[in-house]
Design a protein around this ligand. Structure first.
Ligand code: PXP
Length: 251
């Protein structure tokens, strides 16, 4: 079955907009798990614009209690590696981070940062974290991820989702082909394949139909949709679409 990791960062964004104590990301995480999410994803950014250090502790406790994985997204810095080593999350997903960006705009350059990334991966693996590298579906990046000792790659789906939403069908189809061949290459190298970024109801099915992908991480759209239909409902609909794509694949 294709797993769904729900990213609750944007509950924190709303809380932080007022500097208040609500809405609490952990409450969203609890609802998401009760609604069938397979895990929780959260990104502790250098500038703490989403979740805070205190949130990590609370989310770690919740996931341990519910027996569900916490996927800790983080930049490749000594500070973040230190925090992750202390928190011992089930998974650590290394992402590129620039202060001025609105969101994680592209994949990690594992080719260029090979030594630094291999070092962080090795340190994270010593506390049992499954290390995932968030990359573009580029063969050189995939090979470099395997060489760096990662167990997982998460393929960046942002460009595909943007093109599909803009109605740029040829561009979307070309990026989807790269995602498909990237997933196949990663799996052939023994890497577990995840995907995420920018996914909504309209874009989830072609991605969910890529057979080597075993996990999708989805945040912004689900938290936005939750405003209108509630988080459990939004998650259930996403899950239904994911399962339908998998069933069509099997048929
Ligand atoms: N996966 C990774 C590695 C991410 O950095 C993000 C965004 O924080 C997501 C998934 C979720 O993306 P979105 O919020 O656009 O669904």
């Amino acid at each position: 079955m294709l797993r769904l990791g729900v990213n609750i960062d944007h509950v924190a964004t709303i809380r932080n907009a007022r500097g208040s104590s609500y809405p609490e990301p952990v409450r969203a995480a609890e609802l998401a798990l009760a609604a069938g999410a397979d895990g929780i994803t959260a990104h502790l950014r250098e500038d703490r614009r989403h979740i805070s250090d205190a949130d990590i502790a609370v989310l770690t406790d919740l996931c341990l209690k519910r027996g569900k994985p916490l996927n800790f997204e983080m930049a490749v810095t000594d500070e973040m590696v230190g925090i992750a080593i202390g928190a011992k999350p089930h998974a650590a997903c290394l992402v590129p981070e620039r202060r001025e960006e609105v969101t994680t705009e592209g994949g990690l350059d594992v080719v260029k940062g090979a030594n630094r990334i291999a070092d962080a991966t090795g340190r994270l693996r010593t506390v049992g974290a499954r290390v995932s590298l968030f990359i573009e579906p580029d063969p050189a990046q995939i090979q470099a991820s395997a060489d760096a000792g990662a167990q997982v790659v998460e393929l960046h789906t942002g460009a595909y989702c943007d093109a599909a939403r803009a109605g740029e069908t040829d561009r979307a189809a070309a990026i989807l082909e790269r995602l498909k061949s990237g997933a196949a290459l990663a799996a052939s190298l023994g890497l577990e394949v995840h995907a995420g970024h920018g996914i909504d109801y309209a874009t989830v099915k072609p991605i969910a139909a890529i057979p080597q992908i075993v996990e999708l991480n989805i945040g912004h759209f689900l938290i936005g949709e939750a405003i209108f239909v509630g988080l459990p409902q939004a998650i259930l609909r996403m899950r239904t679409l994911m399962d339908a794509a998998r069933l069509e694949l099997a048929a």
